[in-house]
Design a protein around this ligand. Structure first.
Ligand code: FPP
Length: 584
């Protein structure tokens, strides 16, 4: 069955993107060949667009200001063309069609594209941290689009929370391998895209490179950098639990990167004169079995292909404008069944973050002679109520203790019931029309993979929303969170990015699994118990505590409003003698 668009100009545009990817990045082209044919045009369009933009920024026949203006003009034209679904420029034509067909939010590429414009002024990095931020800001959003396409095709690339860091480090390895490969071309243009920190370890290497001198310092630097890139690229955990299709692509990509690094090391002085390339037989040795594995892997899942947007005869339908998810019109939450209206709380007094220990489901069921899972089901109804109440008062963050690392010790039947209930709730997606950004906080790897996939899907599809951030803590434990954060810091120290004697609170907070989660202002527990039970120990260090006697399934939104109103009367001192020394 042909999946080609009917419009000949569009077909030609996609062909151009394919040719461009093949000639400019044969390794990337070979990787795209490992995904099913109907997905390839979209991936060629993304790669060709990224390359075209980079080339505009890099074209040294023009002065920097002019290159910046060309990049800006390209980006502006893209934004103008997105709502029309077409463009006179063939690469943008393929890109806007891809965006419309696969419902991509290209606003997520805004910063990466702006970075290309800023890079026209030249780049330098004092340390690996700055280098990494630059590389990630540029690469991650493009890879994010590829993941969105796989999502829409029905093959979500489940990136478990504990593999996110591995994923980002893998992309650092991709970037460093690229820089080593392109060293001769970059030096010819006077660019050296390496951090000063790395060069300083090999005194004289910066000068030698600038003069294209293959010295012992340069040789040692290259050995050092290839070793680092190899470590970053070797991420065994990355593809664990992933669909075998994308997993095969990533594993093949890692093998090609290793071969590329071998070629970099083998090149010696030639590295400063030409781009090294692995031998044909090496590429064939990696790619031939990968093709067989990929064909088998993808055959396991039927793909969902969105229709093409128009036929040549049909009147031109403007594609949905690509706008940030925030511009979407969300529904208001349904009112409280009694008609009760929310209290008016001045925004300055509102807690930024309310965290809830939803206790009492079991007792609620017991009191009615029902099985415990009936209590959890009633608890899920209370969750909806409280989320509606949170939206009504304009709360920014609501975090729910849904399943703790200790809850695994309950009867298998109860554990299965809670996880099954969660699966049903997340699949039903009761907040889909509301401005709710959903997140999952907790250990990855122990939840049923389909539940983990669903949670990650919701997280990805709602991440542009700006109303309420609803974080569900599932397989969450505070000590586990602290331990994993300590492990992340230890890895940074081992890699030489952090000095253990200078680790600050802020460093620790940056390595938490959700570094952007604000401190908890109000920690509320229902069920007549007065404990915090291993819930958010880092974030709740200064939280106001609120304990209520009612059982969670009996809770509704006015209990949240009461809790928040009580909070507005508290005086917070954060260890000082002044009330409210910190801005709310
Ligand atoms: C504690 O009550 C509650 C739980 C361990 C489960 C919480 C789960 C839900 C409220 C259901 C779904 C949630 C969402 C976000 C859809 P308990 O069982 O310890 O009660 P007990 O102390 O009375 O035994």
């Amino acid at each position: 069955m042909s999946d080609a668009p009917a419009d000949p100009a569009l077909r030609a545009a996609y062909r151009l993107c394919r040719r461009r990817t093949k000639s400019e990045d044969p390794a990337e082209y070979a990787l795209i060949q490992l995904v099913p044919a109907p997905l390839r045009p979209a991936l060629h369009a993304l790669w060709a667009a990224a390359n075209a933009l980079d080339d505009l920024g890099d074209d040294r026949t023009a002065p920097a200001a002019e290159r910046a203006a060309r990049v800006e003009a390209w980006i502006t034209a893209l934004h103008r063309e997105l709502p029309t679904g077409t463009s006179p420029d063939p690469i943008r034509h393929a890109l806007v069609d891809t965006a419309a067909r696969w419902r991509l939010d290209l606003s997520e590429l805004r910063d990466a594209m702006a970075q290309v414009r800023e890079d026209t002024d030249g780049r330098s990095f004092t340390d690996w941290a700055a280098w990494r931020t630059w590389g990630r800001d540029n690469l991650l959003p493009w890879f994010g689009q590829v993941r969105a396409i796989l999502d829409r095709a029905g093959v979500p690339v489940a990136l478990r929370l504990d593999t996110r860091e591995a994923y980002e480090e893998f992309l650092d390895g991709v970037r460093l391998t690229d820089i080593l490969t392109d060293l001769s071309a970059d030096l010819a243009q006077g660019d050296l895209l390496l951090p000063e920190e790395a060069l300083a370890l090999h005194p004289g290497s910066a000068d030698d490179l600038a003069n294209r001198r293959w010295s012992p310092a340069v040789s040692a630097l290259v050995t050092d950098l290839t070793g680092r890139a190899r470590r970053w690229v070797a991420q065994e955990t990355l593809t664990r639990g992933m669909h075998p299709g994308p997993a095969t692509v990533l594993q093949t990509m890692a093998a090609l990167l290793h071969a590329q690094l071998d070629a970099v090391e083998a090149a010696g002085p030639a590295l400063l004169r030409a781009r090294p390339r692995p031998a044909l037989r090496t590429r064939v040795r990696i790619l031939a079995p990968a093709r067989t594995r990929a064909a088998l892997a993808w055959s396991l899942t039927p793909l969902t292909l969105p229709p093409h947007h128009r036929s040549p005869d049909a009147p031109r339908q403007p594609a949905a404008p690509a706008r940030p998810a925030t511009a979407r019109a969300f529904r208001r939450p349904p009112p409280h069944p009694s008609g009760e209206r929310p209290p008016v709380i001045p925004p300055a007094l509102l807690p930024a973050h309310v965290a809830v220990i939803m206790d009492g489901n079991g007792r609620w069921a017991q009191q009615r002679g029902l099985p415990r899972h009936a209590g959890h089901r009633a608890g899920a109804h209370a969750v909806r109520e409280v989320v509606h109440g949170a939206l009504e008062i304009g709360l920014a963050h609501l975090t729910l203790y849904t399943f703790s690392t200790e809850n695994w010790h309950r009867d298998t039947e109860e554990v299965d019931a809670i996880l099954g209930l969660l699966r049903d709730e997340v699949a039903e997606d009761p907040f889909r029309d509301l401005d709710v950004r959903m997140r999952w906080h907790g250990r990855a790897g122990r939840l049923p993979p389909d539940l983990a996939d669903l949670l990650q899907l919701r997280e990805r599809t709602t991440r542009g929303r700006t109303g309420l951030t609803l974080t569900m803590c599932i397989d969450y434990g505070g000590r586990d969170e602290i331990t994993r954060t300590a492990a992340a810091l230890a890895r940074r120290v081992r890699a030489g990015h952090l000095d253990p004697d200078r680790i600050t609170d802020e460093d620790f907070a940056r390595h938490l699994p959700h570094p952007d989660m604000p401190d908890v202002d109000l920690l509320w527990r229902t069920g007549n118990e007065q404990r915090t039970s291993n819930f958010l120990p880092w974030h709740a260090a200064y939280a106001e505590l609120h304990f209520t006697p009612g059982l969670w399934p009996d809770t509704d939104r006015h209990h949240l409003w009461e809790a928040v109103t009580a909070y507005t009367h508290r005086q917070r001192r954060h260890g000082t003698t002044n009330p409210d020394p910190l801005p709310r």
